[in-house]
Design a protein around this ligand. Structure first.
Ligand code: MTE
Length: 329
């Protein structure tokens, strides 16, 4: 049932009040390294191979080789790491932009595992270290555009979700993929609020999930994901509004019927299943024609025009050929 209160509370902006918490030292340096494409990911260099499933890694470093996937490296200037880690949506830790950075320290990211099940030949539970070793880590620089009207450019580290999907062998009934994220009251103070029905659930069509740009991310800015950004692993779907990029994944389920995402369930008229970035389809309460790039929000900063599919039309437009994108918003 859509919650009328949510439509009002929904996504709200205020740009300014960001409380600076942790400072991520040396990130710039790492970013330069990763950006130069010099460092290949070697899990041994991370000390991960020797890790027991539950133990914390010896270092936070996570470097990926520059991705060769078409469209994976946006030419835009990356957002400052301080902004990307202090201006977040992670409602499990509160609805204010500054809440996740302040409260997500209670998230326990090890031991961690992800259940992969449903319409697949090889269902099973994947430990975090096995997922970290599954495929070579890549750096991808993606634009992330929030439905609220702001955007960022983030250098992620991870690999195509397709790598995992191939391993579990979906069957012919696997038409959609449902993603469920952690919901633990002991770790997540935001669960006390009824703003969403927990756990947070999102979904993709199987061909969207298989698209090489759909990223299973474990890191950003050359390090393991900060908790407020969805540690220890999250989805990043760059051509869709940010809420499709579910954080802190615990289950990936292959299903025949289109999943009902948490946002659709809360306000179906505002948040459709597809949620492709589309400047021609307004949110019922505001225009989606332009966006504010975080970090460019000075007094005279201009808004940027929002691009169809967030600028990834050449790569993903074909997935929606023949669909009425006003109807399937
Ligand atoms: N995942 C969970 N589990 N909970 C959330 O509240 N918010 C979404 C998405 N994934 C959210 C989530 C929204 S609305 C956005 S815009 C992005 O995460 C924000 O990601 P970022 O904070 O890393 O920029």
């Amino acid at each position: 049932m859509p919650k009328p209160s949510l439509a009002r509370q929904g996504f709200t902006l205020p740009a300014s009040e960001i409380t600076p918490p942790q400072v991520y030292a040396q990130r710039r340096q790492l970013l330069k390294l990763a950006g130069a494409g010099t460092a290949l990911t070697t899990l041994s260099s991370l000390g991960l191979q020797a890790q027991a499933q539950g133990a914390a890694p010896a270092t936070n470093r996570l470097i990926g080789a520059r991705s060769a996937v078409p469209g994976a490296i946006a030419m835009d200037k990356p957002t400052k790491v301080e902004d990307a880690t202090r201006y977040n949506n992670f409602y499990e830790f509160g609805t204010d932009k500054a809440d996740p950075a302040q409260h997500a320290h209670t998230l326990k990211t090890r031991p961690w595992s992800v259940m992969v099940d449903g319409e697949v030949a090889k269902p099973g539970r994947w430990g975090l270290d096995d997922l970290l070793k599954l495929a070579p880590m890549e750096e991808r620089i993606y634009r992330l555009r929030c439905v609220e009207g702001w955007s960022m450019v983030i250098p992620w580290v991870g690999y195509s979700l397709a790598e995992l999907i191939k391993r579990v062998e979906p069957n012919s009934r696997a038409k959609f993929v449902e993603f469920t994220t952690l919901a633990d009251k002991a770790q997540m103070p935001g669960l006390r609020s009824g703003v969403l029905d927990w756990p947070y659930v999102e979904g993709l069509r199987i061909d969207e999930a298989m698209h090489p740009l759909t990223l299973l991310a474990f890191g950003m800015y050359g390090e393991l994901l900060p908790k407020q950004n969805g540690a220890p692993l999250r989805l990043v779907v760059p051509w869709k509004y940010g809420f499709k990029s579910a954080k802190s994944l615990v289950r990936i389920r292959f299903v025949e019927k289109q999943p009902v995402s948490s946002w659709t369930q809360a306000a179906a008229q505002e948040y459709g299943f597809y949620s492709n970035v589309n400047p021609r389809v307004d949110h019922p309460r505001w225009s989606q024609a332009s966006e504010r790039r975080i970090g460019e929000d000075g007094l005279f900063a201009r808004k940027r025009p929002t691009l169809m599919f967030n600028g990834y039309e050449a790569q993903v437009g074909q997935l929606y050929a023949g669909m009425d994108l006003k109807r399937f918003f």
